[in-house]
Design a binder for this molecule. Structure first.
Ligand code: HEC
Ligand code: HEC
Ligand code: HEC
Length: 322
């Protein structure tokens, strides 16, 4: 039960993560505001560019831009002073919850030098030492803990007296093997290609499938459906790039596992009637031997309802390729 995040793409610019984690009410509101049209037109598919009303599909669109962040600083800049190997451990295993914007119920940010060396509320030792304890106990990340190598990296930094280091420039997943928080990425449509209309398994990538099918009384209502993207904040209707071979593994409440194929041309995935998936379920994305795991069990199968461009209901952004 470990996250493998060794593969990172370079992101164009650094921004703070989305400022708002809208909760249930916002989703309900967005459902009304989304305004699905009734015709499948190539000019304006379903008459709306956003299920959440947060941003457009145009260049530079979205609310994840620097002006929108409550934390004020971009991910890379904020992590200044933290040595690369240490930043990489937190970025890959922890920052999806303990990031610049907290999610998944995590109580503390573990990104900046100040945050990592601040005293923990539990025992007054630094958050890094507290992190080591939780990783050793197998309770962080939840449900599995971390491999010895990652723990050793953090322990070496503690033993070193928290020497300052850096990761080089933005996008610096370079020689040091450091990995920036992928959820700090700028919004972009990495394929440069958007859905222009027409109903099929590849339709409306990024948007909440069942929500619209229910509203329109058309299209299949699927137990599980969503979209996998190569970066964390891709806009609605953007086809995913480079997801060939990705699989979404869903584990039902009865322990049964189902592998859902990710369509290479859109990033969409879905379950079929023959698959009896019991809720609540957990999910992970598998790709080239790496995986990203959703720890929290969910009863809602419309993944993109929470995994919007910015993320709502605690989700950190898109369902992301590992
Ligand atoms: C899926 C979300 C998630 C991920 C990923 C995650 N955490 Fe947590 N973390 C939580 C939640 C929820 C809590 C509060 C409940 C608890 O303490 O168990 C927490 C609490 C903590 C605390 C504070 C509590 C304490 O004992 O001082 C530390 C430190 C911590 N996590 C470290 C880490 C580290 C280090 C990683 C990565 C190796 C990590 N977490 C990954 C969700 C997460
Ligand atoms: C904005 C509304 C809307 C969204 C969002 C939407 N759909 Fe649809 N979908 C429709 C409508 C309307 C139909 C029925 C059109 C028809 O049968 O001509 C449909 C039909 C379908 C069909 C049946 C196509 C066929 O060949 O009969 C599939 C499969 C499908 N949708 C998959 C999805 C998936 C997967 C998603 C999410 C990634 C999605 N849809 C998102 C409106 C939507
Ligand atoms: C009701 C909201 C909700 C729905 C629906 C939902 N998620 Fe999540 N997802 C979350 C939250 C909250 C987190 C962060 C905490 C965690 O990792 O459990 C998350 C995290 C994740 C992560 C890990 C993030 C990372 O990269 O570290 C993956 C992968 C994921 N979800 C996949 C899925 C898939 C696939 C589906 C649909 C089958 C889905 N989610 C449906 C709320 C949701």
């Amino acid at each position: 039960m470990k996250r493998f995040d060794t593969h990172f793409r370079s992101f164009g610019a650094w921004t703070a993560r989305s400022s708002t984690l809208a909760l249930g009410a916002a989703i309900a509101f967005a459902a009304i505001a989304a305004g699905c049209g009734s015709a499948i037109s190539s000019a304006e598919p379903f008459g709306s560019t956003g299920d959440t009303g947060s941003g457009t599909t145009g260049a530079g669109g979205g609310t994840t831009g620097q002006g929108g962040g409550t934390t004020g600083q971009g991910g890379a800049a904020a992590a200044e002073g933290v040595p690369c190997d240490v930043a990489a451990v937190f970025a890959s295993a922890c920052n999806s919850c303990h990031g610049a914007n907290l999610s998944g119920g995590a109580p503390v940010r573990l990104v900046t030098y100040a945050e990592l060396t601040a005293p923990s509320a539990i025992d007054g030792k630094t958050e890094t030492e507290r992190s080591i304890a939780r990783m050793q106990a197998g309770t962080m990340p939840p449900g599995g803990g971390a491999p010895a190598g990652e723990i050793a990296t953090l322990q070496a930094w503690v033993d070193d007296g928290f020497q300052k280091g850096s990761c080089g420039g933005a996008g610096g997943a370079g020689a040091g093997g450091a990995a920036p928080d992928p959820f700090a990425a700028a919004p972009q449509c990495s394929s440069g290609n958007t859905w222009k209309g027409g109903a099929s398994n590849d339709m409306a990538p990024g948007r909440a499938c069942n929500q619209c099918h229910n509203q329109q009384g058309e299209g299949p209502v699927m137990t599980i459906a969503g979209t996998v993207y190569p970066t964390a904040h891709e806009p609605n209707n953007c086809y995913a790039a480079d997801v060939t071979g990705a699989v979404v593994e869903v584990t039902g409440a009865d322990g049964q596992k189902f592998d859902l194929t990710v369509n290479p041309s859109s990033g969409n995935f879905r379950s079929h009637n023959s698959q009896s998936i019991k809720k609540p379920y957990t999910a992970k994305v598998k790709y080239q031997g790496r995986e990203r795991i959703m720890v929290a069990a969910q009863s809602e199968g419309d993944c993109n309802l929470c995994h919007t461009q910015d993320g709502t209901q605690g989700a950190p952004g898109r369902v992301l390729l590992p």
